[in-house]
Design a protein around this ligand. Sequence first.
Ligand SMILES: N[C@@H]1[C@@H](O)[C@H](O)[C@@H](COP(=O)(O)O)O[C@@H]1O
Length: 322
Amino acid sequence: MELKQIISSIKDKQPNIKSVFFVGCGASKAELYPAKYFLEGHANDLRVSLYTSNEFNFATPISVNETSIVITCSLGGATPESVTATAKAKELGAHVIAVTHVEGSALTNDADYVVFHGFEANYAAKMEKMTKVLGLAVEILNQFEGYEHYDKMQDGFSKIYDLIEKAVSSVGPVAKAFAESYKDDEVIYVMSSGATHEVAYSFSICLLMEMQWINSGTFHDGEFFHGPFEVVDKDVPFLLLMNDGRTREMDSRALDFLNRFDAKTTVVDAKDYGLGSAIASEVVDYFNPMLISGVLRVYAEQLAIVRNHPLTKRRYMWKLEY
Ligand SMILES: N[C@@H]1[C@@H](O)[C@H](O)[C@@H](COP(=O)(O)O)O[C@@H]1O
């Protein structure tokens, strides 16, 4: 079923939807963030929240009921916390949409609707999860409250995958330079703002900590000036993800401070890849995370190569009972 039809089917059953919950773990949680950020920023009446799955399971919000839409997300569809959250949402009477790459996976068992996304084909396919969930959020807003920039958003959806592929085709040399420069650093701080905030978080916790065993800290660059900037000094390693959109001013303020003290700073800037020239200014904010994540994937791959540490290498995850 198309995203639009999924939401209109829910509306037929329940015209009075009051809340939307996004639920997942790790990268799959972070990839729900642009949709949550969009919906929270534009909905007048809907309540919107984002949970790591076991928080949803152990401290279930009392408002999860037949007036809720719960969107659970898991790449492999087997993460136990997310499978349990899907079952719990269903049991409470919510309208449950599972988003996964794996047909027939456990995540789909208790879902009313299933959205499949790509992964292997190319970098754009890896961004389908995040993009389709944003598409669901746009449909929810448009169908329940109305959204004046719906057509501009659809135009963005029609362009973002090509933009990602175009960006990654040129990023090799800068990604390699980043990898060479940061390969021996003991910690890398990552920050961003706006819809890209949790791209910084997932690069930090998944790509650096999980897949490269590199210490990392991550924070919103608005928060940078309320604590973290005290560690800034010459050659302290930072990665700053700059948005093309309303929150760019916060990104620039952080960059100015990093430069002032000669921190070791790498900037991944959506403007360098032409995001704002292709996508309307009213909706461009929400497409930064997909483009920047695609580019960052190449950065991580280069880091893995120069450090001789494959992105697939784990010592605990999926190997131990935990
Ligand atoms: N680093 C991995 C992520 O890549 C993955 O997203 C998450 C949950 O896995 P799944 O998306 O299959 O539920 O586990 C870890 O955090």
